[in-house]
Design a protein around this ligand. Structure first.
Ligand code: ADP
Length: 364
């Protein structure tokens, strides 16, 4: 039998599709490091995010395609790697040179768990291996330092002839918070103006380094402050957090419209406090109703990224500065949160690959 060539390997892998990006691995330039040693084949598939929800499927499909094409192969090794695609935008690139993507987390109203979701999503992405920053711009209640157990103030260093703030690192992510600049005694009416000025300054004054995702926690609501903040940094897209009940959904709809007005694509909708599982009986309670978030996402034609249940430990994690997903990585809710983070990363990849979003099937 003739020997296996690099072209043969590429041909075999051109039959494997990335199900999110709807193109084959060779066209997407994902096949790297092809090593052929006699009848042994080794390849690396470079995905568009380490949080790809389809990593296992793509790996198995690649293995099977190689096995089918080369029955004589003694060993087939498919390694998985990732390089996050960057959102292309000249303004962003000049403001945030090392930052590939900026994702705003917003909610139409307060108390839906937006900051909790932002913290846990950021950590979930970092747990998959992405470089993640979190910018807390919630002027009314900058709670993220507390949620991450951060008590110190950021350091100032000299870099390239300028003074830079060093983000504080905890739980694998880098944090900068408006709470470091606006203290509790600042009157609420000043906060918006101060915040948007400060956020703009953050852009050039924070030594973020290289980031795959910068998560940007906006204050709740859809007023002028939110609108101004949504425009202070060029965004890859926005995520809306809601709870299942009607009052929250009405405001989530407004949130979505706000981003539409400023031409920011919505990457998806997350329903928080979706349901409660009684720890003693295991019975599910739909405290705020059922399926509201998913239905709204369908109506507004944005991806539904998933629903996070209510769990006392999620609240305790926020209060004690020990984020749930990090403290309880094996809990069912952590699996759900990590799944949502991967769905979000997939939407970012789809957006950056400039491909049409796949049709979303809604089942209620
Ligand atoms: P927002 O940023 O929308 O104002 P927070 O993230 O501050 O909301 O959350 C409000 C409260 O709800 C906090 O005490 C938080 O710990 C709690 N919380 C948020 N999500 C959950 C959840 N899934 N389960 C239990 N408690 C939650």
């Amino acid at each position: 039998m003739s020997s296996i060539t690099r072209d043969d390997v590429l041909k075999a892998l051109s039959a494997v599709q990335d199900p999110d990006l709807h193109k084959d691995l060779v066209t997407l330039n994902m096949v790297k490091d092809i090593i052929i040693n006699g009848n042994n084949i080794s390849v690396t598939i470079e995905l568009t995010t380490p949080s790809c929800p389809l990593t296992d499927k793509i790996k198995i499909d690649s293995y099977n395609a190689l096995k089918a094409s080369f029955p004589q192969a003694e060993k087939i090794d498919v390694k998985m790697g990732a390089k996050v695609l960057a959102h292309k935008n000249e303004t962003k690139d000049s403001m945030l040179p090392g930052v590939k993507n900026t994702i705003a987390i917003a909610s139409g109203k307060g108390g839906v768990g937006k900051s909790t979701v932002a913290v846990n999503l950021a950590i979930a992405l970092a747990m998959d291996g992405a470089k993640v920053g979190l910018l807390d711009a919630d002027v009314y209640g900058p709670s993220i330092p507390l949620m991450l157990g951060v008590k110190e103030q950021p350091e100032v260093i000299q870099q390239g002839g300028a003074q830079k703030l060093v983000p504080i690192e905890n739980f694998k992510i880098k944090l900068m918070s408006i709470g470091f600049l606006v203290d509790d005694s600042t009157p609420v009416i000043w906060r918006g103006a101060m915040a948007s000025g400060a956020i703009k300054q953050f852009m050039s004054d924070v030594a973020w380094g290289d980031l795959d995702y910068l998560i940007y926690d906006l204050p709740p609501g859809t007023g002028d402050i939110q609108l101004t903040l949504a425009q202070t940094i060029p965004l890859t897209g926005a995520v809306i957090v809601t709870t299942p009940q009607e009052v929250s959904l009405i405001d989530a709809r407004k949130g979505l419209k706000m981003f539409e007005r400023v031409n920011v694509p919505t990457l998806g909708l997350i329903e928080n406090m979706s349901y409660f599982i009684a720890p003693d009986t295991g019975k599910r309670y739909d405290i705020f109703g059922k399926g509201g978030g998913e239905k709204l996402a369908g109506e507004l034609k944005v991806p539904f990224l998933g629903g996070i249940p209510i769990n006392t430990k999620i609240r305790e994690g926020g209060d004690s500065g020990k984020p749930f997903v990090f403290e309880y990585p094996d809990a069912e809710e952590s699996k759900i949160i990590r799944g949502i983070a991967r769905n979000l990363a997939a939407q970012v990849s789809i957006k950056n690959a400039n491909l049409k979003q796949p049709k979303i099937e809604i089942s209620i």
